[in-house]
Design a protein around this ligand. Structure first.
Ligand SMILES: Cc1ncc(COP(=O)(O)O)c(C=O)c1O
Length: 391
C-alpha cells in the first residue's frame, strides 16, 4: 500500500511501543515491571465516576455538546485557571479538547505553515516533534548546555531564526521531572514576547510538584506574556483521568475561535460523558489531587535515593515534578558494553524484565526514563532487578 508522505514521516510513539512490548511479554507469563507508561496508577476518584454515571443515566451525555465543550465546563476551566493564577480568564479563552495531546495538535494546525520553525528543549515529550511535522513545520531542538538541563534566553537566541514561530516550554517537564523557577520561566516567556515568538506553555504536570518546589504558571506573568501564550493543560495527570481524554487550551479568543473551527471538522466535541466527569473533577473536592501528589512525593523520595546508588546511574538534577526519573546511564551502558541507551533499555526489558523508555525517544540519548506512577513495592522490585542486572 502506498501511504501519504505525511504519514510516512511520522514514527510510532516510542513510549507506547515499549509498553506494548512489555504487555506482550506479560501475556506470555513473564513478570515484567512496567515503568514505561506516563499515567497515574490510581483509579479516577469515585465522585468523578459518579458524576459521569449520573450524566449517562439522565441521558444528558447522549448528545453532541458544543464543539468547544459544554459551556459550564468551559466556565469551570476558566474559573479553575483564574483561581490558580489570580488572573481573570473568560470562557471565550477556553477550548475543551480530546486530551492535551489533541489541544497541541490543533494548535500546531492552526498556527504553522510549511517552513515555520518550532523550538523545543531536550529532553522533550515524544509527540511534539511528530505533531509539528504533521503541521508542515520543522523542529529546532535545543540540547541545553547547562548541567541542570534548563535552557535560557541567551541559548534560545542562538537558535532563533526568521522562521521561528513557536517555542514550547514544558514545566514540570516530561521526561526529566525538572521544574523551571518563577524567574527562569518569566525570563523565557519575556524572551518569547521580545522576539515575536509565540509560547506554548505545556503545564499538564503543574499540580504535581514535590518537596517544597514551587510551580509558577506562565498565566501569572502579566498581560504581554499571557497574550503571547497558549496554555495547554488537562485533567489526565492530576486527576488520574488519562483514559477519559479531556484536555484544554487557554489562549486569546481569536486563536480559540480558529482552533474550534478546526476541531469542528476533526473531533467535534470531546466525548460528552468525559466532559461531565471533568466538570466534577474541577468543581468537586480537590482532596484526591493532593492525596495523589503526596503519594508521588513519597515514592520520588524513596526511589530517587535508591536509583542514585545504582552503579553507573547519575542525575543531572534532582527531579521536582511530574512522575518520572531520567537518570544519565552513559556509565552504566559503557560498563555493560551497550552502544546506546536504546540497546540498554531493550536489555533491561529482555533480561531484567523492567520496562523503561530510552532517552533517544526524548531527544536525549544516554538517559532512560522511568515512571514512578506505580506502587512502591514494584518500584523497589525494579531497583532490585536493575541492581542485579548491573552486577
Ligand atoms: C508533556 C505532556 N504533554 C501532553 C501530554 C498529553 O496529555 P493527554 O493525556 O491529556 O493527552 C502528555 C502525556 O503524556 C505529556 O507528558
Amino acid at each position: 500500500m502506498k501511504f501519504s508522505k505525511r504519514a510516512n514521516q511520522v514514527s510510532p510513539s516510542a513510549t507506547l511501543a515499549v509498553s506494548t512490548e512489555a504487555k506482550k511479554m506479560q501475556a506470555t507469563g513473564i513478570d515484567v515491571v512496567n515503568l514505561s507508561t506516563g499515567e497515574p496508577d490510581f483509579a479516577t476518584p469515585k465522585s468523578i465516576i459518579d458524576a459521569a454515571t449520573a450524566s449517562m443515566q439522565s441521558g444528558k451525555a447522549s448528545y453532541y455538546t458544543p464543539v468547544g465543550g459544554l459551556p459550564e465546563l468551559r466556565q469551570a476551566i476558566a474559573d479553575h485557571v483564574q483561581a490558580d493564577t489570580e488572573r481573570t480568564v473568560t470562557s471565550e479563552q477556553v477550548a475543551v479538547t480530546v486530551g492535551a495531546k489533541m489541544g497541541l495538535f490543533e494548535t500546531f494546525q492552526a498556527l504553522l505553515d510549511e517552513g515555520d520553525e518550532v523550538i523545543i528543549v531536550a529532553p522533550y515529550w515524544v509527540s511534539y516533534e511528530e505533531q509539528v511535522k504533521l503541521a508542515g513545520g520543522s523542529v529546532v531542538a535545543i540540547q541545553p548546555q547547562a548541567r541542570n538541563l534548563k535552557t535560557t534566553p541567551v541559548e534560545l537566541s542562538h537558535f532563533k531564526t526568521d522562521q521561528t514561530k513557536l517555542l514550547i516550554l514544558n514545566s514540570p517537564q516530561n521526561p526529566s521531572g525538572l521544574v523551571y523557577s518563577e524567574e527562569e520561566t518569566r525570563a523565557i516567556a519575556q524572551w518569547a514576547v521580545d522576539n515575536d515568538v509565540m509560547l506554548i506553555a505545556d503545564e499538564i504536570y503543574g499540580k504535581l510538584v514535590y518537596n517544597g518546589a514551587r510551580f509558577s504558571s506562565v498565566m501569572t506573568m502579566g498581560d504581554a506574556i499571557v497574550n503571547n501564550t497558549i496554555l495547554i493543560d488537562g485533567v489526565s495527570k492530576a486527576y488520574a483521568m488519562t483514559g477519559w481524554r479531556i484536555g484544554y487550551i487557554v489562549a486569546v479568543p481569536q486563536l480559540i475561535r480558529k482552533i474550534l473551527a478546526l476541531q469542528g471538522h476533526m473531533t467535534s466535541n470531546p466525548t460528552a460523558v468525559a466532559q461531565y466527569a471533568a466538570l466534577e473533577a474541577l468543581q468537586g473536592s480537590q482532596k484526591p489531587v493532593e492525596e495523589m501528589r503526596q503519594a508521588f512525593e513519597k515514592r520520588l523520595k524513596q526511589t530517587f535515593n535508591l536509583m542514585q546508588n545504582i552503579p553507573g546511574f547519575s542525575f543531572d538534577h534532582k527531579p521536582e515534578g511530574a512522575f518520572y526519573l531520567f537518570p544519565d546511564v552513559t556509565q552504566a551502558m559503557e560498563s555493560k558494553g551497550y552502544a546506546s541507551s536504546s540497546d540498554f533499555a531493550m536489555a533491561l526489558l529482555k533480561e531484567a524484565h523492567v520496562a523503561v523508555v530510552a532517552g533517544e525517544a526524548f531527544g536525549m540519548p544516554g538517559h532512560i526514563r522511568l515512571s514512578y506512577a506505580t506502587s512502591q513495592t514494584l518500584l523497589d522490585e525494579a531497583v532490585r532487578r536493575i541492581r542485579a542486572f548491573m552486577k
